[in-house]
Design a protein around this ligand. Sequence first.
Ligand code: PAF
Length: 283
Amino acid sequence: MKVSQTIRSVRKNVKEARKQDKTIGLVPTMGALHAGHLSLVEAAKKKCDYVVVSIFVNPTQFGPSEDFEKYPRPIDDDLQKCEKAGVDVVFNPSANEMYPEKVITWVNVEKITDNLCGHSRPGHFRGVTTVCAKLFNIVSPDMAFFGQKDAQQAIVIKRMVADLNMPLEIVVCPIVREKSGMAMSSRNKYLSEQERVDASYIYKSLQKCKEMIDSGSRNTKTIINEMRNILEQKESIKIEYISIVDEKTLENIDYIKNNALIAIAVRIGLTRLIDNFPIDITV
Ligand code: PAF
């Protein structure tokens, strides 16, 4: 496995793979890799001949009071995991390599970034779309792989790619969960044992939502109230939002008529956790 720390070096590696007619898959990450990321690598290996994993804790997507400094950066462990997973090249640039100058050119997707996490993390998605556009320009992949755990991020990136005619396919892979049901996330590392137990109530509330929908409930207020009752059983859980939104516009809906997304963000102690569940009422 190769490790490229510069744009020039990763481009050179990709160019060599292209010369051999290989298709290129990119898995963009911020490191602290877990089974969720490795499932993206596995999907990339199935669909592409040459897999690039980027590991870059992107400063432009963190707000001033967020956890950029504290975000875990276990690079040696990450490289070992990538090697074991059969990654061809890890792109691990410095902040200076990615942003040699103060950013004045942004890629910004409007409207669908206003609600959900966009509401509580202003500027977050602008940072995500800007860095992803840069990574797509640097690596020029045929496909890029994202997790359903960050559902809004995946929808926003798909829209950016469509609107800007970027020549790649976005593949969204299912959420990987721990035994307790908690969605895998690099931020789970921040949780204490007790907080991990409490965090499993997020999944419990999503299961309740699924049960209600399966048995015919369509009124979103009723469903959200039930979910809130479950989450409020744990004092440590502070709800940021529980929303049921249209899967395309990401606007809140009162009644489930078409496919929708139920999305949750909570804080447990100092840790912010998100989870979601796509609702497909056609099945
Ligand atoms: O999902 C993440 O880890 C990040 O938001 C991403 C897509 C790698 C951009 O920094």
